[in-house]
Ligand binder design. Structure first.
Ligand code: AMP
Ligand code: ZN
Length: 471
């Protein structure tokens, strides 16, 4: 396999440290809110990466951290007047529910920051002992970037312009504020009762040290692949590299993979801009996790993907076509007609698909292998392919789905569109409109649609029936 390694900005052959088990670390969510589909684009890219490794015969040990203590979780749990752990528990649960709906394979371990404080303290101690970190007057412990000459090698930071001696104790900052960053943050009133004892007084860890300490615990000092969204590159991953390589004296990660942003109207989807959808928002509009997955995996991970609701409708139509094709193949009559043709098409499809996913996860080529086989299957059905040929084709679609995770060759009953919470009068009008349409009284049906619109609702006709959608 080949991957684009952000470290060298080049496509490189993948050579795992231990081919029997690839180590994969993916930065996980900060559990202070529902993750939005921009975040899920990153997690779905990682899912496609992991599934593609598995498709190529690798066993993967996958670790994803859960950031359950940081500036944002503390701020929002206090605003909600809920203890930190109870507050984050709600969003952890929601995160796992969303992962399942999006059919993302579970990681092997989801270490939480709050249950790994001793590991982080030990790493910070090592950094102080080795002279890479110091406690400053404000009682916080900082990493001294001057001690690590390679600082900036991932994000390609111009070291000449770094401001020596400047310190920063917020977790997120821009490239123009490169500075010594906090490893341990001394307690202050804003933290309330969120604090742990340490050799440097009460406080809490910085965000970056979390991933260094936890990746080392579960994957070792050097491991194969580390991923995240492009915005994680700086400062988060740069700081992880500085901490881990200084503490351990060896290379931290062999392959860095970063996915581009999901945008909306060409702007990054983000909580701070408020231009986001959660999976729940889209479910409330009647879309399924399967459809959201299909949209988010369909663009190569290193290209920006501009999201629109229209793309979900296109995904629904595409997936419905596959469903119909699979049903027709399953209904093929017994016999061997066109078996040789089906076998040749499946083998060619598999070869193209394997080459595609191995080439830095080339999803467009993988989709094209799928569409070519869909087309051929349609032709063979028209020409009278019988059950044994149809089975070969169905098996190949099942095989593709090990990576896509959305084809549903064997799902007889399709996922229902999620129930929509609409007031009784809206539901009654929707039912009345359906009746009017059945009676071919389209004028009445349209009048009801207008009435619903005035009430702030529209009706979307789904395969499962009409669904009211809030405007
Ligand atoms: P955060 O909770 O902000 O740390 O983000 C979690 C993950 O989602 C990180 O890997 C981010 O890089 C990624 N991410 C955040 N916003 C987007 C976006 N609009 N598109 C793609 N990935 C994103
Ligand atoms: Zn991380």
């Amino acid at each position: 396999m080949k991957f684009f390694n952000t470290m060298g900005r080049a496509v490189e052959e993948f050579n795992p440290i231990n081919p029997a088990e690839v180590g994969l670390y993916t930065c996980g969510p900060t559990v202070y809110n529902f993750a939005h589909i921009g975040n899920f684009r990153a997690y779905l890219f990682e899912d496609i990466l992991k599934r593609s490794l598995e498709y190529n015969g690798y066993k993967v040990k996958h670790v994803m951290n859960l950031t359950d203590v940081d500036d944002k979780t503390i701020r929002d749990s206090q605003a909600a007047k809920i203890p930190l752990n109870d507050f984050t528990a709600k969003y952890k649960k929601a995160f796992f529910e969303d992962l399942d709906k999006l059919r993302i394979e579970r990681a092997d371990v989801y270490p939480e920051a709050t249950t790994h404080i001793p590991e982080m303290i030990r790493t910070i101690q090592t950094l102080i002992e080795k002279g890479y970190a110091y406690q400053s007057d404000d009682k916080c412990v900082y990493f001294s970037i001057d001690k690590f000459p390679e600082y900036g090698k991932l994000a390609k930071i111009d070291r000449e312009n770094q401001r020596a001696g400047v310190r920063i104790n917020t977790d997120e900052y821009a490239k123009d504020s490169v500075a010594d960053f906090a490893l341990w943050k001394a307690w202050d009133e804003k933290d309330g009762d969120v604090k742990w004892d340490s050799p440097w007084g009460e406080g809490r860890p910085g965000w970056h040290i979390e991933c260094s300490a936890m990746s080392m615990k579960y994957l070792g000092k050097t491991f194969d692949i580390h991923t995240g969204g492009v915005d994680n590159m700086f400062p988060h991953h740069e700081d992880e590299i500085a901490q881990s390589e200084s503490a351990n004296g060896c290379r931290f990660v062999n392959y860095w993979l970063h996915c581009e942003h999901l945008t909306i109207d060409k702007k990054k989807m983000s909580k701070s801009l408020g231009n986001f959808y959660t999976l729940r928002d889209l479910e409330a509009k009647g879309y399924t996790g399967r459809e959201v997955r299909w949209v988010l995996i369909g663009t190569h991970y290193r290209a920006k993907l501009n999201f629109s609701i229209g793309a979900l409708d296109a995904a629904r139509a595409a997936l419905a076509k596959f469903d119909t094709l699979f049903a027709r193949l399953k209904a093929a009559p017994a016999g061997d007609a066109l078996l040789a043709e089906a076998t040749a098409a499946a083998a060619a499809g598999k070869a193209d698909f394997t080459a595609a996913v191995s080439e830095d996860l080339n999803i467009s080529k993988a989709l094209s292998a799928l569409f070519v086989l869909v087309k051929t299957a349609g032709r063979l059905l028209a020409e009278g392919v019988q059950a044994s040929g149809a089975k070969v084709l169905l098996d190949q679609f099942r095989d593709f789905d090990r990576v896509f995770g959305a084809l549903d060759v064997d799902v007889e009953k399709k996922e229902e569109a999620p129930a929509v919470d609409a007031p009784a009068e809206v539901l009654e009008l929707v039912a009345a409109r359906t009746e009017a349409k059945k009676a071919k009284d389209f004028a009445k049906a349209d009048a009801i649609r207008d009435q619903l619109k005035e009430m702030g609702w529209s009706v979307v006709d789904k395969p499962t029936g009409p669904v009211p959608v809030k405007l």
